[in-house]
Design a protein around this ligand. Structure first.
Ligand SMILES: *Cc1c(COP(=O)(O)O)cnc(C)c1O
Length: 361
């Protein structure tokens, strides 16, 4: 089986974890601080605050910006549930704008229609490892005096016009094992705003700067030194992981682009796409996924049900018509491009898709 995702872990991670265990400091300690500095440097931001998941990073980022009850946050429904749930956690309301059919990211032209007096923030998702249209989105946020929070959980190292995602506003990244780099579970907030960083640090530790003095409501969102030690090894390798993903994506596109009924991913001119997912579109998506499975090729559907169509969101009264989101959720299929995918694997995958397509004609 060629799996759709595979974390790259070897002796370096094992040694790093052993070293932490031997040190006896296994919760948040010096390695978390070191990892934060390295991640901030990598994304080109002043501050980074490590937490224990991407969901926690989104949640703490929203809270650190003071978002809460009565506020609206404009975001994408074509994302993992955590994007919108993090808004609900704060008491604010996620408002969904539709996406572009080519990049699957928020359509800037549709964001402005959703702005009301209650809008407090825009939260673009850099889906599959490609930056949203940050030029236009930054302009809209500035024109309407809105906070910008980037769901960069799938986009470590991605950039827009040479500037890394997570540095346009306040960024939230995930280090879940399937992402482009991992800490096991984990996440991080990036920002150039010192007050936001300071508040995020308090929110992750029960609202305290000083032990047992609680100035605000917070949570336990701390990352452990065990996770940070893994993260530091992974961060050093991230550029080579990204190169491998980009190389695999390029070969796949070369082989798939002329196949009838298959639409390859669009890389926007302004973006460096880091291919967290390599996602094609096809009308008979479920049939192709089954065919690939028979051939022992893993694939993934991200995401089969848009957030506004989830049972819980229906219960909350969501009833949007997001035509592009709904259409692409029926057509997308992600194929393996992670660093462990070999040239032979790519040939196997592309040959299987060609056979499937030929058999249909
Ligand atoms: C993975 C992911 C998250 C949540 O990250 P966790 O670490 O799983 O909590 C949020 N948003 C997007 C777009 C993601 O892909």
């Amino acid at each position: 089986m060629i799996p759709i995702a595979k974390p790259q872990l070897d002796e370096a991670e094992i040694e790093a974890v052993n070293e932490v265990l031997r040190s006896g400091i296994i919760a948040e300690g010096p390695r978390v601080a070191e990892f934060e500095q390295e991640f901030a440097d990598y994304t080109g931001t002043e501050y980074a605050v490590a937490v224990n998941s991407g969901t926690a990073a989104l949640h703490a980022a929203l809270l650190a910006h003071g978002i809460g009850k009565g506020d609206e946050v404009i975001t994408s429904s074509f994302s993992f549930i955590a994007t919108a749930n993090s808004v609900l956690f704060t008491g604010a309301k996620p408002v969904f704008a539709d996406i572009r059919p080519d990049t699957f990211n928020l359509d800037p032209q549709l964001i402005e229609d959703k702005i009301t007096p209650a809008t407090k923030a825009i939260m673009p998702v850099h889906l599959y490892g490609q930056s949203a249209d940050m030029g236009s989105i930054v302009d809209i946020a500035e024109d309407h005096d809105l906070i910008l929070i980037e769901d960069a959980c799938q986009a470590h190292g991605a950039s827009y016009k040479g500037k890394k995602v997570g540095s346009f506003g306040t960024g939230a990244f995930s280090f879940y094992p399937t992402k482009n780099m991992t800490t096991s579970e984990g996440g991080i907030i990036t920002t150039n705003n010192k007050e936001v960083a300071d508040r995020a640090r308090m929110i992750r530790a029960h609202g305290s700067k000083q032990r047992y003095l609680h100035e605000m409501l917070g949570y336990n969102l701390r990352m452990t030194d065990i996770s940070a030690a893994i993260g530091m090894v992974q961060l050093k390798r991230l550029p080579s992981y990204i190169e491998a993903r980009q190389r695999n994506a390029k070969i796949l596109t070369d082989k798939l682009q002329d196949i009838e009924g298959i639409e390859c991913p669009t890389v926007s001119e302004s973006c460096e796409h880091v291919f967290h997912q390599y996602t094609i579109r096809t009308k008979n998506r479920d049939q192709l996924a089954d065919y690939l499975k028979e051939k022992e090729i893993g694939s993934g559907i991200y995401y089969p049900i848009p957030i506004h169509r989830q049972p819980y969101y229906k219960e909350l009264g969501y009833n949007d018509n997001l035509l592009v989101t709904e259409k692409v959720s029926r057509e997308v299929l992600s194929l393996p491009v992670h660093p462990a995918v070999t040239g032979d694997d790519i040939t196997t995958i592309s040959n299987a898709i060609k056979q499937w397509s030929d058999a249909k004609c």
